[in-house]
Design a protein. Sequence first.
Length: 199
Amino acid sequence: MRIAVFSDIHGNFDALKRVMSLAEKERADKIVFLGDIFQRKNQEVECLGYLKNSGVICVKGNCELYLDCGVQIDRDVENLRGYYDNMREKLTAEQRLFIHNLPLFYEIAENGRRIMFSHFLFKDKTAEYPYFQLSEMETGGFLSAVNSEEIRGYDLVAVGHAHKKFVVENVVGVSAAGIGEPSVLMIEIDEKVSFRYVK
């Protein structure tokens, strides 16, 4: 099985079309988007409409949480309240429901291998803001999660949010497709799990 993974499109419709073209060129059996449709560029509605009707497996990023629940769930983004209030008004009830119903993560089991896809590692899945803060990549909280029994139980965990490529044990960072040169993470599952970045 070949899985194309991308993240953090941030309203860049041209970048979204580019990563979909890369996934098609790589003959992906599945395409997974790790969240963050909104912020930065101005084609969020086009990106949302495309993803909603594309068959791409989508999970909820922090931007979707802000739109769904409000920015008060993250003390660091109060300055974006006006943006999300305005964006909420632009969307139809059906589009808002689509965002509300997005799962926080997606799992696949294939050939005895387990892979999890999420916007970032979870500090507490039941919290309004469930992810680790990016600063915890430097302070040890993130590494502690990487070494947890739950995360070590997967062959691979693909995450976005940090806007950069990285590999820490079995956790692989997917860069921000909507910022800089669009790219995808291609995962192949056969006797083992392998991955590579494609741009």
